[in-house]
Write a new protein. Structure first.
Length: 695
């Protein structure tokens, strides 16, 4: 999917959602994976089942065999169940399905006989493997998998993938695996194009009438086939909450989308996003795993694994209302675009108890415009960052890099206007009175200054990097700064060579950036002694692992033999492209297959893909072209089973030519993607030219 399409306003078409009202709650069993026109025959399709529960397909139009698959359900809503032939459990759609317009409806893939509710492919969060899959038919453009327009709808236990649209001169319906909107979508067409909604007495935009309420999306695999492979055609988005109240998205596995795994637009108040695995999204468009826009008040993002996505883990863009981002693992993101792990705009957000690391950008960035205040960022643990743990943006720094990657440490400020020009009202970072403190016994006294009345949290810093702002590893204690801004605290069990930092929080303003690190030392016989810490061993990038097999008691075995010497492998370091192209040639595909084999056989290896062009065309055009080339290579390797967290992308355009000549051969050599192998012990690298593509 072309990333440019996400920048266009969405144009809505009215969807037919009402006809004969369905007064009885029904159970409808889908026993056919076919799709197409509604016909009385021996098989009941998903399209027919939706029309039956919607009340747009009367039972007298069904055959006797189809009628036998419809019964009374009782309860508070209808049920669409599945009993597909075990060899034909993928439903191939030829067109967009009717919207789910029956309140309380459950579309339940767990009813398929082969479904195992106890099985899971992932150890981190148990999400059963779906059996029933829904995808577009071959060579058919189907924008959406399922569209929800009624209250209380539940979608459970399905695999949905491949739902997208081609780039056109005008925008199409928003594509997604699951799309949630109100049935009178034309009523919010203006809002979708940037016009203001009606305002209430307090001056805040009013809730949209008829917004679907209490929708539940659970235990689905979105963007992934049941065999865990990447689809040849990736979906645009996972769950698109365009307009809804109280939606719950829980225990889903969401991966491999061109844009965000979860995205909101006009209204998504009381949204609950919990215990999902969100991996490898943003591969061609909006790069962030979770992107929150519009009305998002009382949104909670909690206990998710957010890993290996192309941009931020959570990205809040000009939201109305506040979100809580708590207790998530947000790791290995920023694989294509270097961004903060969590990016905040707006006021009163809370970011607490998260693990944030392996990020090609800062930990948490708070933008200054629109004015962003009172954002509380506490008790998080940070590691392996390219930037500050917390970065508050100054208003004069308006470039994309500053806003998304941070602008670095702010100087202390006490001017009258400082509250207006920087995020979180320019609350100052604490300052230690010394860059070095000494251990006496097992106690260390730390003291410094911060904004008067703020709460100062002292962190241990464990990474031994050259930067004075290494990540905040472990919160140790919290104390209050007095009316003059002074603080002092005694910390137990710090060792010589340890380092500490601190952040300050004032509910009126928010949380500060971190203090510069201070070193812990000892004095022995009047001489200063310090102990250097070592960097931890490199971590093998890994988002998910398979559940451990049951423990079986076996008799002890003989000790294993000594490991053999590493096998030396030759692997190419580049593939080439045709003039002005970013497509993989058959020759390049064979080379990439060889590289994929090496990566599969050597899990510790990670790679950086550097896209290049020849020197013709403008710098901006070549930078974009080199980025598309790197993306094409990365996406090819994804389909060969290489995990997204093992690959990062860098676009260099024409800035690093391999050769400086100007003939056809020289240009062909420069049109390439280079592989930078890390932890490549035992591998001989060589430059190959088997796939040169002359003009």
């Amino acid at each position: 999917m072309n990333a440019k399409k996400f920048l266009l306003p969405f144009v809505f078409l009215l969807l037919p959602v009402s006809a004969t009202a369905q007064t009885e709650n029904l159970k409808v069993v889908v026993n056919s994976n076919q799709d197409g026109a509604v016909n009385p025959d021996d098989a009941l399709t998903l399209r027919e089942a939706i029309e039956i529960v919607n009340g747009t397909l009367s039972l007298d139009r069904l055959s006797s065999a189809e009628k036998s698959l419809v019964s009374s359900n009782g309860g508070t809503g209808s049920l669409i169940a599945f009993n597909l032939p075990s060899a034909d459990t993928t439903i191939r759609l030829v067109d967009v399905l009717p919207p789910l317009a029956s309140p309380g409806l459950i579309v339940d893939g767990t009813t398929q006989p082969e479904y195992d509710s106890e099985g899971s492919a992932t150890a981190e969060i148990a999400i059963p493997i779906p059996v029933v899959a829904i995808a577009p038919a071959a060579n058919r453009e189907v924008f959406r998998g399922l569209t929800v327009v009624a209250d209380g709808v539940t979608i459970r236990g399905l695999s949905l993938y491949g739902f997208t649209s081609r780039h056109r001169a005008t925008a199409t319906l928003p594509p997604a695996d699951i799309f949630i909107d109100n049935p009178q979508s034309a009523a919010i067409k203006g809002a979708a194009n940037g016009q203001k909604l009606m305002e209430n007495r307090e001056g805040e935009p009013s809730p949209i009438s008829n917004s679907p309420k209490n929708v539940v999306i659970e235990n689905n695999w979105l963007g992934i086939l049941p065999d865990q492979s990447v689809p040849q055609q990736t979906s645009a988005f996972g769950v698109f909450v365009f307009n809804s109240l109280g939606t719950t998205i829980q225990r889903n596995r969401i991966a491999n989308h061109d844009g965000s795994g979860i995205i909101t637009s006009v209204q998504a108040e009381n949204l609950q996003v919990t215990e999902n695995i969100i991996v490898g999204n943003g591969i061609a468009g909006m790069p962030d795993a979770i992107r929150l826009e519009g009305r998002i008040d009382n949104t909670q993002v909690s206990a998710n694994l957010i890993c290996g996505n192309d941009g931020s883990g959570v990205f809040l863009f000009k939201p109305q209302g506040a979100a809580q981002i708590n207790n998530n693992q947000i790791i290995y993101n920023g694989r294509r675009l270097r961004r903060a792990a969590v990016y905040l705009m707006g006021n009163d957000h809370q970011v607490r108890e998260n693990q944030i690391g392996h990020q090609t950008g800062p930990g948490v960035v708070v933008a200054s415009y629109p004015k962003s205040d009172r954002n509380l960022i506490q008790s998080n643990r940070y590691f392996d960052l390219d930037g500050l743990s917390i970065d508050l943006i100054a208003q004069q720094n308006t470039g994309v890099q500053e806003y998304q990657r941070g602008d670095g440490p702010n100087p202390p400020r006490n001017s009258p206007n400082r509250r207006l020009d920087t995020a979180n009202s320019a609350i100052n970072a604490p300052q230690f009175i010394s860059r070095e403190f000494f251990v006496l016994g097992n106690k260390t006294n730390l003291s410094g200054t911060a904004d008067p009345g703020s709460q100062v949290t002292v962190y241990q810093v464990k990474e031994n990097t050259e930067t004075p702002y290494a990540p905040l590893s472990e919160p140790l204690t919290t104390i209050a700064a007095d009316d003059e801004g002074k603080f002092s605290v005694t910390v137990d069990n710090l060792q010589p060579g340890d380092r500490v930092s601190a952040i300050a929080t004032d509910p009126k303003y928010g949380t500060s950036e971190p203090a510069a690190n201070a070193l812990i030392s000892s004095t022995v016989a009047g001489k200063q002694q310090t102990v250097a810490t070592n960097n931890p061993a490199p971590t093998i990038p890994q988002c998910t692992t398979a559940p451990a097999p049951p423990v079986v008691q076996v008799p002890p075995e003989e000790p294993p033999p000594s490991p053999p010497e590493p096998i030396r492998i030759q692997v190419p370091t580049n593939v080439h492209f045709a003039l002005d192209k970013a497509t993989i040639s058959p020759e390049s595909a064979r080379i990439l297959n060889r590289i994929a084999e090496v990566l599969q056989a050597n899990p510790p290896i990670v790679i950086e893909l550097r896209g290049h062009t020849d020197p013709r065309a403008s710098d901006a055009y070549n930078l974009d072209l080199s980025n598309r080339r790197a993306i094409a290579v990365r996406n090819y390797l994804l389909r060969q089973g290489i995990a997204p967290e093992r690959m990062t992308i860098r676009a260099l355009g024409e800035s690093q030519l391999r050769v400086t000549g100007r003939n056809r051969l020289d240009h062909a050599r420069n049109r390439r993607v280079e592989f930078i192998f890390k932890d490549a012990r035992g591998i001989d690298l060589f430059v190959q030219e088997e796939d040169l593509q002359l003009e």
